[in-house]
Design a protein around this ligand. Structure first.
Ligand code: ZN
Length: 255
């Protein structure tokens, strides 16, 4: 699933269409029923911004289109008029470029979700205190799960949660209440640092994410994985560098 850095990259690519009146089409039937083309066709795109995993396209007249890619959605910007294979959900054409949105699955003319999102981890500078305060509201949640709750901190997904916690040597299973404020701030600063650097084009080799069964790059212990939380996302961690919390060490068995 694309995380905040990928969505910020899409926002950056879409800047090339800002300021122009766009031709708007919704070739895919599931998008055609949303009446987006009727409302936006011919309107000037004023601004594109990413907040967490959401993309907001702001048009003149106050309309905002929100896109969320979930697992399979994607955007592409290319020169106008290249042959079209398949049916994108959305096609935005400026004089020279076109932006294609494939597979939806979330397109809506609303930004009401902004009221429910936490601060974006990629904001510059990051609002560390505000994010720490929100995380503390989820004191009973395992740390990796809390980091992925978009209403607490927007933009972090499963991959970055795993990578960041490996870097700071904290277990994904430690309940937020057992993490010091200083450590929470350290986690958030590291997330901001790693994701900003990925947005800037630097993609270091993965340390933990999808490395179950392989040796830790720091200590050689075998990386473990186990489903976590309501969404049963998979947590990845090094049992030596990121020792389990004492209170629950007996309940975590791993694969
Ligand atoms: Zn290790």
């Amino acid at each position: 699933m694309p995380e905040g850095d990928s969505i910020h990259r899409v926002a950056r690519n879409l800047q090339a269409l800002v300021g122009e009146r766009l031709e708007v089409e919704t070739p895919h039937p599931r998008a055609a029923v949303l009446n987006i083309a009727e409302r936006l066709d011919g309107q000037r795109l004023e601004r594109v911004e990413a907040v967490g995993k959401n993309l907001f396209l702001r048009f003149e007249g106050g309309l905002t289109l929100r896109s969320h890619l979930r697992m399979n959605g994607r955007w592409r910007v290319r020169p106008r008029g290249e042959p079209l294979r398949g049916r994108p959900w959305l096609l935005l054409r400026s004089r020279e470029l076109e932006a294609l949105q494939w597979n939806g699955p979330v397109l809506e003319l609303s930004d009401s979700i902004l009221r429910r999102l936490g601060p974006d981890i990629l904001e510059r500078p990051p609002r560390i205190a505000a994010m720490t305060y929100r995380l503390l509201r989820a004191s009973g949640l395992p740390l990796a799960e809390a980091l992925q709750r978009q209403e607490l901190v927007a933009g972090i997904g499963n991959m970055w949660a795993a990578e960041v916690l490996w870097e700071v040597r904290l277990s994904p299973w430690v309940p937020v209440r057992d993490v010091s404020d200083g450590d929470l701030e350290r986690v958030l600063r590291e997330a901001h640092r790693l994701m900003s650097s990925a947005l800037g084009g630097s993609r270091p080799a993965r340390r933990a994410y999808r490395r179950a069964g392989r040796p830790c790059r720091r200590c050689g212990a075998i990386i473990l994985s186990l489903g976590q939380g309501d969404a049963n996302r998979t947590a990845y961690w090094c049992p030596t560098c990121q020792p389990p919390p004492r209170s629950s060490s007996s309940t975590i068995s791993s694969t």
